[in-house]
Design a protein around this ligand. Structure first.
Ligand SMILES: [Zn+2]
Length: 266
């Protein structure tokens, strides 16, 4: 028993030492990574199909056009060549959006209803893309693996099954778990930089979050606020990163400003 525990510990250290670290694009933060992007992307495809079955595609031409425009531009700036990008506006009152591993993006019409323009959409999309290229889902799974592995070491001889435990965590890579504060700040920073490089005025980010955090139907389960907690500190941090974002925006080849203004059927 004891020998097995020691061997397992060595194995664990070896795995982490050889494969377990990665640098996040744009921010350069070192993160624990014990999954492969191939595996995460597969989960992304499966999960995306489920959401598409649950909600129909929006027929709002204004929304679809805007998502298509900013989605392509942001994807190009992401430098993520192994993603098979898809962008869909899904019809539901829920105010949320997500980008699954592999570049599967969905924005619900409910959140587009409270956006004023394409640049606000570009921020939301770039923020979600930020979570995906920073592989926050994979990082969370990796910590989960460590946790289950630790649990198994403790309960040696009991019926714990690493594969089952790991699978349980894997299936939660889907979107409706809140991210940590650190993940949110990182996705904000990546989002600000990507939207600016894609040619959108980064001021739209602060405008959107300020309005959304005041207006949102916060009791609604699964809305952007519940999966992406936002508070004054976060908005303050975005303002502090604004000079960096503005510099990227000034360098952008194809400036769109705030892009198309939404009429919301009016
Ligand atoms: Zn977020």
């Amino acid at each position: 028993m004891k020998r097995f525990a020691i061997h397992s510990l060595f194995l664990l250290v070896a795995i982490i030492g050889f494969t377990g670290c990665r640098s996040v694009p744009i921010t350069g933060r070192k993160q624990l990574m014990l999954t492969t992007s191939g595996y995460e992307n597969e989960l992304g495809v499966t999960s995306y199909a489920e959401y598409q079955e649950k909600y129909p595609r929006s027929t709002n031409a204004e929304y679809n056009q805007a998502l298509d425009n900013c989605g392509r531009a942001i994807a190009e700036e992401s430098g993520q060549t192994d993603f098979e990008w898809e962008f869909n506006v899904l019809e539901t009152d829920i105010q949320n959006a997500f980008c699954l591993p592999g570049g599967k993006v969905a924005v619900y019409s409910g959140i587009m209803d409270i956006m004023q323009n394409e640049a606000e959409l570009a921020f939301v999309v770039a923020h979600e893309v930020g979570h995906a290229i920073a592989r926050h889902g994979g990082e969370r799974m990796s910590w989960g693996y460590l946790q289950s592995f630790g649990g198994i070491l403790v309960q040696l001889g009991l019926q714990s099954d690493l594969a089952t435990a790991a699978y349980g965590i894997g299936t939660q890579v889907g979107v409706m778990l809140p991210f940590s504060r650190g993940n949110e700040s990182e996705a904000d920073l990546i989002g600000l930089i990507l939207m600016s490089r894609a040619g959108y005025n980064p001021q739209a980010a602060v405008q959107f979050w300020t309005r959304f955090s005041q207006d949102s139907k916060s009791s609604m389960i699964g809305n952007l606020m519940s999966t992406h907690p936002c508070d004054e500190k976060r908005i303050e941090a975005m303002k502090q990163n604004m000079a960096m974002a503005e510099a990227e925006y000034q360098k952008a080849q194809n400036k769109k400003g705030f892009g198309a203004v939404f009429h919301h059927g009016r």
